[in-house]
Design a protein around this ligand. Sequence first.
Ligand SMILES: *Cc1c(COP(=O)(O)O)cnc(C)c1O
Length: 421
Amino acid sequence: MEQSYAIPYPKVGSVLGEQEIHVLTQVVNSADNLSAGRWREEFERRFREHLGVPHALSVTSGTVALEIAIRLLDLDVGDEVIATPQTYRASVQPLLNYPAKVRFCDVEPGSLNIDPAKIESLITSRTRAIILVHYGGMPCDMDAIMAIARRHGITVIEDCAHALGSEYRGRRPGALADIGCFSFHSSKNITTLGEGGMITLFDRALAERVDRIRSNEADAVYHEKVRAIGERTSAHPWMLHPGYAFTHGCATIRYGGTNATLAEPNAAVGSVQLAKLDSHVRRRAEIAAAYTEVLQRFPEVRTQQGPELIRHGHHLFTFFVDPAGGILRDRLVSRLDALGVQMQLRYFPLHLLAEWRARGHDVGECPVAERMWFEQQVNLPCHPGMTDQQVDQLVFWLDTVLREEVRSVPIAAGTARKVKG
Ligand SMILES: *Cc1c(COP(=O)(O)O)cnc(C)c1O
């Protein structure tokens, strides 16, 4: 049986309420087509405006967004993609479908984001793309990354699954590179009723490809339309409809399409959630500030650091302990978990997963990511569904446990109290 926690790890990252129920009632009562229509168009329009990008195409999940984004690279035998190892497996897993080589680039110890200083040495004449993640909502150092990418003519895919609500120097993730991929899974900063995703682009031709792929048309180089059924005057009127009477002469099929469009109820909830994003991120920031206040008292601990002039989206709250300072990460995590804070660490370095080891990746490839994961990083629950009481309780436990764990700090008298009510 699953243990019950005073402070569970968020399975739900974004709270649903009356407004979502109201819009769902409208959708259900409308008797409209639930597979495609105005709600999706509305959500995509709002998303484009939020980010300031010309194209935003919704899909059924963040994973599908990444699959399609990677599909757009048209990877060939021997091509290479540089990717961060510190992310959820879906960021890179679609690459298993291609004969391309992945070069995992180590992360910065402060942010856990891909380290721009280490990208250039991994670039070869075959490098086609960089896949990065704004870890936990902390934006990557995009000016540095884009300068390298532009110099070498490399496409940059931003996995923005954590970064809705984040900002980088006045712009938003998903509008900082070539292709942005978002997830609206339950655990993310907004949700489209459990599953959903978005692809954002600047390039119109690529946006058209995405639209075909997601709506069951072949991803192909299309040439001029030709008459399919000739001049048969006896043809039934529906056969003379342009969609049937004419067809494209396709030259090169790159890929068969699929059905991956976001349904109307999900899209309708997406618009409501997007309107709440800012207040939800502010609540996340408030919780993060409460944790940071405690952590700053301990020199053996540091919080996540990133580039200047950013807004953190606080999808994950991350800090790092220094084993040399006497704090053992595993002990700290076990003690908080035993007190009632459900602890989860995100993410096991991808290059050490079976699927990538099978492709020759191994220990030592990204030493910083490995050291941080195995010895230093800690994530705490941080989401707008947390009550003040839960936050206070966690702050108290964190302070108590850290005091006891740090050798140099006198052990506090108090023991943990229970959440009341
Ligand atoms: C959640 C997540 C995904 C996948 O999104 P789904 O909508 O769950 O398919 C991809 N990358 C990162 C970094 C994620 O956190």
